[in-house]
Ligand binder design. Sequence first.
Ligand SMILES: C[S@@+](CC[C@H](N)C(=O)[O-])C[C@H]1O[C@@H](n2cnc3c(N)ncnc32)[C@H](O)[C@@H]1O
Length: 299
Amino acid sequence: MEHVPVLLHEVITFLGPRPGDFIIDGTVDGGGHAREILGRITETGTLLGLDWDEALLAECRARIGGYKNAILVHGNYADLPEIMAERAAALPARQADGLLVDLGFSSEQLEASGRGFSFGGSSKDEPLLMTYDDSRPPVSAIIRELPEDDLANVIYEFGGERYSRRIAKAIKERGRRKPIMTNGELAETVRSAVSHGYERGRIDAATRTFQALRIYANGELDNLKTLLERLPDIVKPGGRVAIITFHSLEDRIVKEKFREMAKRGTVEIVTKKPIPASRGEIVQNPRSRSAKLRALKIL
Ligand SMILES: C[S@@+](CC[C@H](N)C(=O)[O-])C[C@H]1O[C@@H](n2cnc3c(N)ncnc32)[C@H](O)[C@@H]1O
């Protein structure tokens, strides 16, 4: 299923792309937001679209490659200043008028990447990679190599999972008998480690462990922190930055960094409170339920 862009109207309002602008989409994926931005900047503007997942980028090329002013690059948004320097000849300016980052993973990665992001449904026999880019060690190796205590800490810290110790123990025990190599084997091991009444059935018992391992495997919070440190190199004074987060760990990092920069007088926060999806959007696209948008202007 094609990924549905979240908070599309709100992103456009706060990013405010205008004809002729140079806008960066740091997580371009299938190009949901990018297409709307391209329409606003018109053919006189430039879109630099980045994604760490090469397969998704190829699909994006097929979808928006027709736009001559869309430059699509495989890479990590934490490396944006280097990527922009390498591509300087093709870019209209050293810094952009706006930057959008829509964090986390996409519906297509969950449902069709074949890399073990999903813990249920029909795709139970996928290799346990959970990485966006092949340069990162797969989750199957991470759970094999991390000592039990460290694994429990990862599951607790990045998943908020209170049964982290029990789950880590079960993963290590099962792994000693036979390495866990698929998403289905991991999900089953996690479920068997917790009680039947886990969260009164509200969420699958594997949800938090999968989130934690995905965040850890991709260094997601470190990438975000690096990006935030580098915003003034990426976006010009007067330019806007819009960031969509999907869980409290990410949102806290964005909120605190925005506040710190505002205190130093280097930015102005333009979303006084984080912007959630409207009720109508949540009904149409349940994935938007946990989305929050924060935006700032570089001074
Ligand atoms: C929620 S999706 C973006 C959806 C997109 N805005 C749309 O509407 O079509 C997040 C994307 O970010 C990518 N991604 C995750 N970490 C990244 C990173 N550090 N650098 C670049 N892309 C990253 C993922 O591969 C995924 O395609």
